[in-house]
Design a protein around this ligand. Structure first.
Ligand code: ADP
Ligand code: MG
Length: 525
């Protein structure tokens, strides 16, 4: 539809004839519908009994996951308003690492409530004001729910376990994985805060997830260049080279004009001498372990194996950097500069074969307190989902440790938020009160969905939760094994970091109000 204005009787086109324009209620309702639909699509994955989704892309690649952010990103969403819900999940993932489904579902429900309000002729501006006011009350309610006890290792384990429950980990495993996660975080906890970047996650298919363990160092996908090399070196001196230990490729292509056998032998001797020279230089340098980003000639490898030196070749740049930062080694670009001063060190380097894969473990590196969660699982899909779950758990434990604030999970915090908003809404004048109350109704989606996903009637559960909240102050729908009960989540160790709830409220409010305020969509062809 072409947009035109008249100036002095002449039509003036201000937009391309091909652009699409939707205005007013139509624009609002189509945006709201798109946003709601996206949020709805992840609702069934929420909570310990949430279901997984299998996403198949056009190339046939399959991802099986329960993680809100992953699902929304794999879905290849195009509608701009729907895309904003995806951004809510993304920013939640980036800021606090968990609560992505909660944030997306909340944003969708805030939009649903906004739609009803618009139908009742409440103006978008009033909705936006009411939502902002309600979100402030929500933040106060979250503060009131924060634990009084110190966040100790036991609570951190609970935080980890709560974030992993229902993530394809199985009940028992979540418990032992939580242990590993807390151990990892404690390892990198310093006076300046949690050095989360010093924890890496390495996945390896081919064992039960119970075999997942913490490695005090880093793991690289490399095997020794020669079978005769040691598979373990203690107190290792480590050199990292960006040097090819062989006859340089340039020399091989060169043409030799050889007239006699003597000349040929001389050429061969020269080459062998050169190779021997490399091996000798390395052996004499005092390095026990060598990583090189280039290739190692077989003859050199053989000589180095005889010297008892462990050598890895063809290292990727990022692995080389990782080894350097863990061991304190400086990368060497020329064999002539091979000096002990540039070597790094580690307590132990060993290699191990897992099925078709060979891994090198660099433990107790001198330079950095890096640790690796070595994730095991039966299949590719299982380790991938475990990797995501453990990544989230590491993030939430770091968040909880840094802030020292956790709140009850299992819907209890949401019940408290909705309750406080309704209480304070009574004192708010005019139509804005409708918007504030609608916010409380939207927050109910979390306990309602937890109920629905455990096969309970959402209305009955909501009524019971409110009553229990009224009398006990904390009440959630707790799932432990096969049991589902309404009780104080703190008693059962179902806890979430307060920051996860804050971020969910803030990002969902922001997205919902932004979408509700739009009443004109102009799209270029
Ligand atoms: P999100 O992507 O929002 O983190 P999850 O599927 O991880 O979604 O579900 C998180 C919700 O599940 C939180 O509200 C959390 O308190 C709740 N939860 C975690 N463990 C339990 C449990 N054992 N019983 C009941 N609710 C739980
Ligand atoms: Mg979660």
């Amino acid at each position: 539809m072409a947009q035109q204005r008249r100036m002095g009787g002449q039509p003036m086109f201000i937009m391309s004839e091909d652009s699409q324009r939707t205005q007013g209620r139509d624009a609002q309702s189509s945006n709201i519908m798109a946003g709601k639909a996206v949020a709805e699509s992840v609702r069934t994955t929420l909570g310990p009994r949430g279901m997984d989704k299998m996403l198949v892309d056009s190339g046939g690649d399959v991802v099986i996951t329960n993680d809100g952010a992953t699902i929304l990103n794999e879905m290849d969403i195009e509608h701009p308003a729907a895309q904003m819900i995806v951004e809510v999940a993304d920013s939640q993932e980036e800021e606090v690492g968990d609560g992505t489904t909660t944030a997306a579902v909340l944003a969708g429900n805030l939009l649903g409530e906004a739609e009803d309000l618009i139908e009742q002729d409440v103006h978008a501006t009033t909705i936006v004001e009411g939502y902002h006011e309600a979100s402030e009350i929500a933040l106060e309610a979250i503060a009131e729910q924060v634990n009084e006890a110190d966040v100790d290792d036991e609570i951190l384990r609970q935080v980890a376990e709560s974030s992993m429950t229902g993530k394809g980990t199985g009940g028992l495993t979540a418990e032992s994985l939580a242990e590993t996660v807390v151990e990892a975080i404690r390892h990198v906890d310093t006076d300046e805060g949690v050095a989360r970047d010093n924890i890496t996650v390495h996945t390896q298919v081919g064992a039960s997830s119970n075999a997942t363990e913490l490695v005090p160092g880093i793991i690289v996908d490399e095997d020794p260049v020669h079978d005769g090399m040691p598979s373990e070196v203690e107190d290792a001196s480590i050199a990292i080279l960006d040097v090819e230990l062989g006859v340089r490729t340039g020399d091989v292509d060169a043409e030799y004009a050889i007239d006699s056998i003597d000349q040929l032998n001389a050429a061969i001797d020269a080459e062998e001498g050169e190779l021997e020279g490399y091996a000798q230089t390395v052996a004499e340098s005092g390095a026990d372990v060598v990583f090189t980003t280039e290739d190692v000639n077989d003859r050199v490898a053989n000589s180095l194996a005889n010297e008892g030196i462990l050598v890895f070749e063809g290292l990727g740049d990022s692995d080389a950097r990782q080894v350097a930062s863990a061991t304190g080694a400086r990368r060497i670009g020329d064999l002539e500069d091979l000096e002990e001063a540039d070597f790094g060190s580690a307590d132990r380097i060993h290699t191990q074969t897992f099925g078709d894969d060979d891994l090198a473990f660099v433990e107790g590196g001198a330079a950095a307190e890096t640790v690796t969660v070595f994730v095991r699982g039966g299949t590719e899909h299982i380790v991938d989902e475990l990797e995501r779950a453990i990544g989230d758990a590491l993030d939430v434990v770091a968040t909880a440790l840094e802030s020292g604030e956790v709140v009850p999970g299992a819907g209890a915090t949401e019940i408290a938020i909705a309750d406080k908003i309704r209480e304070e809404a009574a004192g708010i004048e005019g139509r804005k009160q409708l918007a504030v109350t609608a916010f409380a109704d939207a927050v109910d989606i979390v306990p309602r969905t937890l109920a629905a996903n455990t096969g309970r009637d959402p209305i009955d559960v909501l009524v019971d939760l409110r009553a229990a909240h009224e009398s006990e102050g904390r009440a959630g729908l707790i799932t432990k094994g096969d049991e589902v009960t309404i009780d104080d989540p703190f008693e059962y160790g179902v806890v979430d970091p307060a920051d996860v709830k804050r971020e969910a409220v803030e990002s969902a409010t922001e997205a919902a109000t932004m979408i509700a305020r739009i009443d004109d969509v102009i799209a270029a062809e």
